[in-house]
Design a protein around this ligand. Structure first.
Ligand SMILES: [Zn+2]
Length: 424
């Protein structure tokens, strides 16, 4: 079903104010409960990796995250989260309550879906220290971190000052178009209670995404009458027109600053070498750090389409047939950001530095685009460990050093949600 532009734009919503940081990270490092939690982490890395493999081996193709969602839901229940719930779009949520019941929720999240289609072999192979499987880093690693955090809090007996919601979202990748997180912030059961959002997406511990990269994704399809390549020569050819469109777009002078990009990611059409195609279609991804630059690029694409079809129609006018076009906006991700000195960003930086990490800030396209576009504090961070080849069948993850990812995640959770009691 095509999306309409208006259905993809979201209005600003009321939300709970962000309470800010409860404790300095450096103070928590010497807290007995944090130390106890670190002991849990240190003795659990093998278990965390086993959980990670288990999650990765449950297929979660686009628009088909149910089976993996079932597993997360059962784990959330087994680990004692409150209000475990599968919402209307398939997000799995569960809450670790806080002492202050009226306080806003901090969401810790990871996405269920992968980019890999039904039937992809998702079994994990061990090659040296690496785990190899499609989706092993993006985002099985994030989901494993969610489960790990819930286990750590339970086993170390940590009571929180304010509630935390753990959420496994659907539809982060590609044409999923952030549908899970959109629902979470627009009409979901938790919508009005959320005060901050943290997503684990991918690996590493240094990068912190506090700026959302806006994008538009189009599927453009041209149809013509088709025919025999010799006998019907002279009728409009949709592949020729698409070729003109792609050639013009390929020459677009995308600025380096604000960084702007475009990609013709998929092209389809035609039946055989001696058949004039009846159809051709392209999927095109446009991105920019800057919303007005994105709008300019979008206008250029649509103008290119018009010029390309006009040229083909004009050239083949004697046939009396014209191309018809169908333009669908299949994705629209809003941009937005919180400043580097926002309390949530400062907390994340301080947490990293207190653990000896050298953090850096960046802009990316993730589940955080939605809260950031709504003015709700949000970050996306990595789950620890090292990975490569995301979105490819050769994707790999090296779990060595992953405990630092769990420590970082835990410390950020404790700073933002607060320990129920901190001794003097
Ligand atoms: Zn991801």
């Amino acid at each position: 079903m095509p999306f309409s532009i208006s259905s993809l734009r979201q209005s600003k919503l009321d939300h709970r104010p962000y309470a800010g940081s409860f404790h300095p990270a450096t103070e928590l490092l010497s807290h007995p409960l944090y130390k106890k939690a670190c002991e849990v982490i240190d003795r659990s890395t093998v278990r965390f990796t086993a959980e990670h493999i288990r999650i990765c081996e449950i297929p979660a193709p686009p628009f088909n995250e149910r089976e993996r969602g079932d597993y997360l839901e059962s784990r959330f229940r087994d680990l004692g989260l409150a209000d475990v719930h599968r919402d209307e779009v398939g997000n799995v949520t569960g809450i670790r309550p806080g002492k202050d019941r009226s306080a806003g929720l901090t969401v810790f999240s990871a996405h269920l879906d992968t980019v890999f289609p039904v039937g992809t072999d998702v079994r994990v192979r061990q090659v040296g220290s690496r785990l190899c499987a499609p989706g092993i880093g993006d985002d099985s690693a994030g989901l494993a971190t969610l489960i790990g955090l819930i286990e750590i809090l339970a086993e170390a007996g940590i009571d929180l000052q304010t509630p935390v919601a753990f959420v496994a979202t659907v539809g982060e990748e590609g044409e999923g178009n952030l549908r899970g997180v959109r629902h979470l912030f627009n009409g979901g059961a938790l919508t009005s209670r959320i005060s901050a959002f943290v997503s684990f997406d991918g690996t590493g511990v240094e990068w912190i995404t506090h700026q959302a990269l806006g994008s538009r994704r189009y599927r453009i399809r041209l149809d013509g009458p088709g025919g025999h390549s010799w006998g019907d020569f002279g009728v409009v050819n949709p592949v020729h027109a698409i070729g003109r469109l792609v050639a013009r777009l390929a020459d677009y002078p995308a600025p380096l600053k604000p960084r702007t990009s475009f990609n013709v990611g998929r092209i389809e059409g035609g039946e055989s070498v001696n058949v004039i195609p009846i159809m051709a279609s392209v999927d095109i991804d446009l991105r920019s750090e800057d919303e007005s630059e994105l709008t300019r690029l979008e206008a250029f694409l649509l103008e290119s389409l018009e010029l390309a079809t006009d040229a083909e129609n004009r050239l083949r006018a004697s046939s009396g047939r014209r191309l018809s076009s169908d333009v669908r906006l299949i994705g629209s991700r809003p941009s937005g950001e919180i400043p580097p000195d926002h309390p949530l960003v400062r907390s994340a930086l301080e947490v990293a530095r207190s653990l000896g990490i050298r953090p850096w800030l960046n802009r990316n396209s993730t589940d955080s685009n939605i809260p950031l576009s709504l003015g709700i504090p949000a970050l996306t961070i990595g789950a620890g460990g090292v990975s490569g080849d995301p979105h490819r069948l050769s994707e790999w993850y090296d779990p060595r050093g992953r405990e630092l990812g769990y420590r970082r995640a835990l410390l950020l959770l404790l700073v933002t949600a607060g320990l129920a009691e901190v001794p003097d």
